[in-house]
Design a protein around this ligand. Sequence first.
Ligand code: TXA
Ligand code: MG
Length: 343
Amino acid sequence: MSALIDTVTPQPNTPTEEQIEEAAQRIQRGELVAFPTETVYGLGANALNAEAVARIFAAKGRPATNPVIVHVIDLQAAKALVADWPEVADRLSAAFWPGPLTLVLPRLPIVPPIVTAGGETVAIRVPAHPVALRLLSAAGLPIAAPSANRSSEISPTRAEHVRWSLGHRVETILDGGPTTGGIESTVLSLVGSQPRLLRPGLVTVARIEEVIGPVAFHREPSPGNTSSTQPPAMSPGLMSRHYAPHARLILAADGSEHVRLALRRGDRIGWLRLSGDDSGLSDETSLVCVSMPLHPDEYAARLYDTLHMLDGLGVTIMVADRPPDTADWFAIHDRLTRAATPE
Ligand code: TXA
Ligand code: MG
């Protein structure tokens, strides 16, 4: 059987040894392979081969100013890429690897500048998905992989999302079924005087602080919003409109008013609801209601999948009820806010 997973035909969710081996050979030859991680699907290439990494940027339409994350098999492979490995990195990797925490450290010259967008730091993580680890092991190389979607679109949580977004731009997609994490890893810089959050993600700041003490992050001033869940300073190249569905997304404390208005305008609406109150809207045929989980981890696992599903149904407006304003929802607020940012 071919190692190229045809996502149209139903496939078992665990690639065979032959499929992993062929994908690994493609990585070694400088080609692209999309693969599942525990967060979202990645678009992978040999991280030590600048030409291979350039193919990632071309396929995604990604600006050269946005560096990519390097995935490695273990601690030793991570250390081989960096000029300095501080003691906090030992504690963080012991606590969270394999898993959705990306560490930014000073790079060694072996890491090509294209990976780091010309910068002197490299972002690294050990993914927790068995298929990602099998691929890394078979390839015997670090794999650079941003999320496997066109730049500024929603990250893929299923193999078919990769196909929808990248089409023929990626030949090989290893199908590991839906991802369990659902949103991207936390990105933490260990360069500078204090660990600094660059992107909130599945590992919360509270959990990181339990392991290493205080983490710095900037809150962007936002008029009228004094929330503790403001997005932090951005990673280089991280645009504020990011993770966006095709339909316009409205984030609202109570979505029902927006839904009523949009119905009156004749829009087709997808509503990510957090309360069960029906408000007499349930009979509307142009309204698709999705009852979202009330726990942030479960919400994260459903979020992108739901946005993809609603886009697939052709809704023109999405309305999301704003989740609770507490620290454990920080990463979700970040993604919803970016997805709701107008072009
Ligand atoms: O969960 C994830 O992190 C997924 C899976 C595939 O691992 N990857 C992912 O990659 O989300 P991407 O490229 O979509 O996002 C990478 C983020 C960007 O915000 C980028 O700016 C930041 O990491 N980043 C990468 N290298 C960096 C560096 N050297 N310094 C600062 N930020 C960096
Ligand atoms: Mg991305």
